[in-house]
Write a protein that binds this ligand. Sequence first.
Ligand code: NAP
Length: 283
Amino acid sequence: MAEKTLILNGTTVADGIKANLAARVAALKEKGIVPCLATILVGDDPSSATYVRMKGSACSRLGMESRRIHLGAETTTEELIAVIDGLNGDDGVHGILLQHPVPHQIDERAAFEAIAIGKDVDGVTMLGFAQNAFGMAEYPSCTPAAILAILDYYRLPMEGKHAVVVGRSPILGKPVSLMLLNRNATVTVCHSKTEGLAELVRQGDIVVAAVGKPAFIQGEWVKEGAVVLDAGYNEGNIGDVDYEACLAKASAITPVPAGVGPVTIATLLKHTVAAAERRVFQP
Ligand code: NAP
């Protein structure tokens, strides 16, 4: 095992993010505003249902409101967009989160684009993505922002490091790659058509797993002393990294659970509170 592998505790990082949120929620309530996150779940994907449930519970614990909208698996793009339009026009809703992935018949991009930019607290619209790419996003995508927050909290340097990101989804792999690039890492982005994946991962000083396949990143792919961030969450609390095998090689690693997940949720709450504040204090 690499000497004393540092376990990157997402709960600790999340607590730091949430530390001043309760006071900010209280200040908003004094003005008659309860920050509200609307979550939309389409269909019955178990991981997505878990994410949405956790986000709603986290809102309640902070004294925020959450509105959970659960639509059937047969929902059409038009029906989903109509729901999003309703939330856009609802002054009681400050943030909108459409849980990805949606069933295949839905045009996910069109649905994301329907979210008003001021309520796009997960940075999923093209404008939100572009602002993030330029390092100018008010609400960068929450999981990528969480990954950077963990690196920052533990003072793990990005500048000059080779970061290998496995996954290129528009909500995770791509934005985290751009954020790492903006922090002066040298970034390799891998995906399902990448050839020689193991060799590429082996070059990473920082490895980000965002694949959606349980225990996919193998210990023998990881360079001795690498920093491993596992964004994955699969049924049974299994990440996208073969944890025990990668623990033996890494200098620092996020566990699953209690790694990236809680920081993602804390970031989402922070963005929703900020969106509510923006409405009240800069109308
Ligand atoms: P996604 O949209 O399904 O994207 C998966 C990515 O992995 C795609 O870019 C895909 O490549 C790539 N991939 C699939 N098989 C591969 C292979 N054999 N080799 C290399 N790359 C491969 O998933 P996502 O939404 O980004 O989520 C990824 C993971 O993060 C999931 O486990 C999800 O549950 C988790 N997640 C966690 C959080 C959190 O808060 N912790 C939040 C969001 C997501 P192609 O582009 O070529 O198809």
